[in-house]
Design a protein around this ligand. Structure first.
Ligand code: FAD
Length: 366
């Protein structure tokens, strides 16, 4: 007999939301969360206002507020035209967006949401089918069996890969990420600026720390030598507003390139197997919804797992898979629309690749 009913691999926003939901909707299920040490390499992210309804659904809204993350009432963008536009969130019914240090946010949500599950601090290395479902080998030398497995390992797609399957890459976007400490007053809010080879964003991490991130395609990053301080600063110099903030930063450090492209699992569900969060579909960060989307899919994956195991509803996983497919289709249409609204460099490879197929009927990116 399997030791666990559900084993969740990964304790980021998706895995934590799945564990929390299972604890409330199926408290009799025995759940394990395998949590690899957090190797997060980018710290500054913004949670959209939609974080509030999802965190309320998880019963974690008050606990989130108590963490003291900074609210963000507007986003500044230089996109589609030369000037700076401000999107105010003061009248947004769901409240402000939130600027978070992702390492701190992940530590908080993992401990707040996974308390009812058995936590295994290790990495899943192998995954095999057995008579009762699945068994996994972990990096700490332990082996565990479960009736159903949720892959919430983010872009690593660890359990999908162990089955010999790969994610479908929608583009080859990478992020050239760096941090620095500003010597004087510098804008706190999220600022997004398009340039001829992609786009940049900057935001405050608090206590004078800022992140500066250049988003472009992997081949363009190579030709710009974005992994070197010289190449990174040369690309920064092409911006007007981001470079004005960077001027106030004494020293740029922790420069690194990380994958950031859109991708989706070719099969987000299988026999007693579900993908949640980025493991199911990773969005281009311009969407600004990655964390909220990951938590929401963790909630829905948990409902599907519970329907399958508790109510013997064999169609539950397929219904979840169909929901993931609809979400990907809506996202892709919105993404084309958003990139299509920037036409100043339509002949440059980065923009040409994204604007080839703009449909005027696509909904706007939310
Ligand atoms: C440059 C960049 C900027 C972004 N900015 C934003 C933003 O501003 N706002 C926003 O909402 N989203 C943003 N995103 C997207 C957001 O980071 C992701 O969508 C979100 O983290 C997905 O959550 P997840 O739980 O699916 O995966 P993850 O957060 O990646 O969590 C996966 C977890 O699984 C663990 N793991 C991996 N392999 C294994 C294994 N074999 N065994 C066990 N555990 C494993 C990892 O250590 C990790 O803890 C950004 C992404 C990038 C790349």
């Amino acid at each position: 007999m399997a030791a666990f009913d559900v084993l969740i691999a990964g304790a980021g926003p998706a895995g934590a939301a799945a564990a929390r939901t299972l604890a409330t909707c199926a408290p009799n299920l025995h759940v394990a969360v395998v949590a690899a040490a957090n190797g997060r390499r980018c710290r500054g992210e913004v949670l959209s206002p939609l974080a509030q309804p999802v965190l309320r659904q998880l019963g974690l809204w008050s606990a989130f507020l108590a963490q003291g993350f900074a609210p963000s009432h507007r986003t500044l963008t230089a996109w589609g035209e030369a000037g700076l536009q401000s999107s105010e969130l003061l009248l947004e019914a769901r409240g402000p967006a939130w600027r978070v240090d992702r390492a701190r946010f992940d530590d908080w949500i993992t401990s707040a949401a996974c308390s009812a599950a058995t936590r295994i601090d290790a990495k899943v290395f192998t995954l095999e089918r057995d008579a009762d479902g699945w068994s996994v080998d972990c990096g700490d030398g332990t082996r565990h069996s479960a009736r159903l497995v949720i892959d919430a390992t983010g872009r690593a797609n660890a359990l999908v890969r162990r089955q010999g399957r790969r994610a479908r890459a929608q583009d080859r976007l990478v992020a050239a990420y760096a941090e620095g400490t500003a010597s004087g007053q510098a804008a706190q809010e999220l600022l997004v600026e398009a340039f001829d080879d992609g786009w940049w964003y900057t935001m405050s991490l608090g206590e004078g720390r800022h992140v500066f991130v250049c988003m472009t395609d992997a081949d363009i990053a190579r030709s710009l030598r974005l992994n070197t301080p010289h190449g990174w600063h040369a690309a920064l110099a092409k911006t007007q507003f981001i470079s004005a903030i960077a001027c106030k930063v004494d020293r740029i450090e922790r420069l690194r390139l990380v994958p950031a492209g859109g991708r989706s699992a070719t099969m987000p569900v299988g026999f007693r197997f579900l993908c949640a969060g980025d493991a199911a579909n990773a969005f281009d960060p311009i969407s600004g919804h990655g964390v909220v989307k990951a938590m929401r899919s963790g909630v829905f994956a948990a409902y599907a797992a519970s329907d399958c195991l508790v109510r013997n509803d064999d169609a539950a996983l397929d219904r979840y898979g169909a929901w993931v497919a609809r979400e990907v289709a809506a996202y892709e249409a919105a993404l084309r629309e958003h990139y299509g609204s920037e036409s100043r460099w339509a002949d440059r490879p980065f923009w040409r690749r994204r604007c080839a197929d703009v449909s005027s009927s696509s909904p706007p990116l939310q």
